[in-house]
Design a binder for this molecule. Structure first.
Ligand code: SF4
Length: 285
């Protein structure tokens, strides 16, 4: 049976997007193909906050400091912190899910979220074992969401499982795609992959885009990305969510109003970030 390197496994509320407020088990896998050191920085500058955290001082995610620039889930991909993320067997992951879930089961209002890092990077075949184990234990799983940066192709085996599996004939597969804009510090050609989006669109019950907006330049880049994605899928049928930038309440609060208006003016959706509002963006939320 396969194993997954697990950064975090916790029960919380979905804080963003289409299933906002839905109680969910979050499986945060280890590894990412990006670093997103540009978040919260002037264009062209990279955050050093992560590099200043000494991994030797920490033995659990909950004790790690929060960063306010760069990637806020840095320890889920930075190899210096890999000792915090154990390789877990599928059985032990599902045991923990059962312990976390009220009543030990999922259901229409308790979802499974695979997040990262980038969850579609290395564990796609292991997910099949994971879903099968959940199915064997009759845990009534109805909704799986992949929170992805939209750059990784789907493995043929996972695609086959989506369309033809024994346990979940009516499973809802959602791709919550947060494509990285140049303000993240990642290059456009690495981050905007229309052929990948087309594949997710084809194999999902729901695909939506979710963009963090910090300034007018982000808006211009979003328009450009929407135009490119519109060439490979029916963009009118895909919800677009804007959410205010800000890992701290102060920055977040200052962005809320104008980002909400920007969403309205474009006929797009606005999503708050509950994990910032309720729990100050702490690890495990
Ligand atoms: S893609 Fe997501 S997890 Fe990866 S570095 Fe960027 S913000 Fe962090």
């Amino acid at each position: 049976m396969s194993k997954i390197k697990v950064a975090e496994l916790f029960y919380s509320l979905q804080g963003e997007g289409a299933y906002l407020g839905t109680p969910s088990v979050f499986l945060r896998t280890f590894g990412c193909n990006f670093q997103c050191a540009g978040f919260g920085m002037k264009r062209g500058e990279h955050s050093k906050e992560r590099e200043n955290v000494d991994p030797n001082n920490y033995e659990r995610y909950d004790d790690l400091p929060l960063v306010h620039t760069g990637c806020d889930s840095y320890a889920s991909w930075d190899a210096r912190f890999k000792h915090l993320s154990p390789m877990m067997s599928i059985e032990s992951i599902v045991d923990k899910m059962q312990a976390l879930l009220p009543g030990g089961k999922f259901g229409p209002d308790k979802h499974l979220i695979l997040t990262g890092g980038e969850p579609l990077l290395g564990w796609q075949r292991a997910y099949i074992d994971l879903f099968e184990e959940i199915g064997k234990r009759d845990m009534n799983l109805t909704h799986i969401t992949f929170e992805t940066n939209g750059t990784q192709p789907l493995h043929e085996d996972l695609k086959s499982w989506f369309v033809d599996n024994e346990h979940f004939p009516w499973i809802n597969i959602t791709f919550s795609v947060s494509s990285k804009l140049p303000s993240s510090g990642e290059a456009w050609e690495d981050a905007i992959k229309p052929e990948i989006i087309q594949e997710y669109y084809e194999y999902s019950s729901l695909l939506y885009f979710k963009w963090v907006v910090s300034d007018e330049d982000d808006y211009v880049d979003i328009l450009k990305a929407v135009d490119i994605y519109g060439k490979v899928c029916d963009i009118e049928s895909i919800p677009i969510y804007l959410m205010p930038a800000g890992g701290t309440s102060k920055v977040y609060d200052s962005n809320e109003g104008w980002v909400a208006e920007l969403a309205m003016n474009n006929g797009w959706r606005y999503t708050p970030r509950l994990q910032v509002q309720l729990w100050k963006n702490a690890w495990g939320t």
